[in-house]
Design a protein around this ligand. Sequence first.
Ligand SMILES: Cc1cc2nc3c(=O)[nH]c(=O)nc-3n(C[C@H](O)[C@H](O)[C@H](O)COP(=O)(O)O)c2cc1C
Length: 352
Amino acid sequence: MWRITEASYAIMRPILLSIDAERAHRITLATLARMPSMAPSVDPPELHTTVFGVSFSSPVGLAAGADKDARAVAAWNTLGFGFAEIGTITPCPQAGNPPPRIWRLPEHRALINRLGFPGEGMEAVAPRIERARSRGLRMRIGLNFGPNKDTPPQRVAADYATLMKRLGGMADFVVVNLSSPNTPGLREFQAPERMRAIVAAVRAEGEHTPPLLLKIAPDLELPMLLEISTAAIELGLGGIVATNTTVKREEVGVRSALAGGLSGEPLRAQTREVIAHMYRHTRGRIPIIGVGGITSAEDAYAHIRAGASLVELYTGFVYGGPRVVRDIREGLPRLLARDGFRSISDAVGTAA
Ligand SMILES: Cc1cc2nc3c(=O)[nH]c(=O)nc-3n(C[C@H](O)[C@H](O)[C@H](O)COP(=O)(O)O)c2cc1C
């Protein structure tokens, strides 16, 4: 299966990278959704890891945004991901911002997007997850939640609670996305007192909610970042997803007047710094999913050594295709062995 998907991708890549980015994404998703679902090759035991009480066969996951509506859940597993974060899912369907709204910056291996959570809404996602499970999909699934654009600020917590009520039971973990730069006002909910209110509302939806994680922006000032980490520990959250896309440009070496969130290689160093700060400040007490600029096993390993227990990628997959996932999966055990670590968890935070 590897060979077929990698060979097909090699043929499709120049076409996909030459057409409008969102159209290319739609074609990729439709192709993956039709791919016969097959059990992936077994992950090497060194990659097995248990984080926030959930066991993962590999720490390498698909980041949110790539499969917002759960169109190709099983395919991500076939491609070799150990887990997938589906979403951002909103309660009601919504169109998002007018296109064009994704741009490639190939010289930086980066993307800028201002999608604004287009999606079919939670009622479309639920049966797709159920179907994938009923067909035997065992890969871990994280569900990433966000509010609808027209939800007034005082109802934002209720949107997250609605999503938890409908979808929480299907998730291995839930991510409260407070960090998209494309939904006006959303990032202000990262302030600890507002974040606490959201967590309380979500938790009120059931005693047995899955582990709850927060997804944060890379652009937070250090004191705020540390306050969020402290609050996350106090609240007993499952973890933090660090980070979303950045609104920075020149500071990360990119010249572009396009508004939106920047992802990919220029984000890597900033994400790694956030991971390391958070790991040091919490002394590793809160698990971190490291996401931003991963394109190789070395990148994934460096995020892990900075303090990430799991990693995810999206833009690296857009430019590199399925081969990148295989390279990371095969490269990580070699890097662990080189440095004398027996498992992923042994390496977490050793360079923080
Ligand atoms: C086109 C695009 C859409 C995205 N949509 C979402 C989203 O809906 N929810 C979310 O939490 N993150 C979203 N992200 C952010 C990614 O999940 C990730 O945090 C970020 O891109 C950094 O990782 P990367 O450099 O590997 O892409 C999106 C990113 C891109 C490029």
